[in-house]
Design a binder for this molecule. Sequence first.
Ligand SMILES: Nc1ncnc2c1ncn2[C@@H]1O[C@H](COP(=O)(O)OP(=O)(O)OP(=O)(O)O)[C@@H](O)[C@H]1O
Length: 211
Amino acid sequence: MNYRFITIEGNIGAGKTTLAKILSERLNARLVLEGFEDNPFLPKFYKQPEQYAFPLELFFMAERFRQLKEMLSGPDLFQSITVSDYLFVKCLLFSKVTLQEEEYKLYQRIFDIIHQQLIFPDILIYLHAPVHVLQANIKKRDRAYEQKIPDEYLLQIQETYLSYMQQHNMKILFVDASNADFLSNESHVQTILEALEKEYDIGKHYLALPE
Ligand SMILES: Nc1ncnc2c1ncn2[C@@H]1O[C@H](COP(=O)(O)OP(=O)(O)OP(=O)(O)O)[C@@H](O)[C@H]1O
């Protein structure tokens, strides 16, 4: 397989973490997961978004930068495969939705300075699911602070991801994850693994999972 650094992205509740864990096991890869539970501002943000969005986003940026930087300085960067469940630019995409305009401009300035120090994945697997599926997943996993996320917020996040992918040249496997069940449907995992054996051109490549 030609991809040494694979990143999985998608909206809240799309199933990134599940797939990242499974792929890392199957590919014997290093796993990089975002530590959103360590962000003390997240439950507060969901109660009072305007008040807590800026510290929330700063915390995410600092933590993710630290994590990816550590990964880069690790000894096995060129020997092993790495699978992560977020792109660094995720902070910026969410911030576009969560921050006020002036705050966003400032955030973007800091982001622009630091993101150049990081490497970009070889391929992005984007899990796309409609809002009602995301809401059902969010309900099922039952994190208390996520239970009142409005559909509108999920739609805005989705829009931001889609327009980012439209504007940036990268190899993207765009997976229809409406019925994805990587935990108990082996053929779904196999579809992704087989796709990763192929060499793709830059751009979006659609991938459907078996019924
Ligand atoms: N930059 C951010 N700004 C605001 N909230 C964020 C940000 N990054 C993550 N979150 C929140 O942290 C929580 C976990 O986010 P994330 O989407 O990464 O994981 P997830 O929903 O568990 O993913 P999946 O179900 O696809 O594995 C969600 O409530 C999400 O809204």
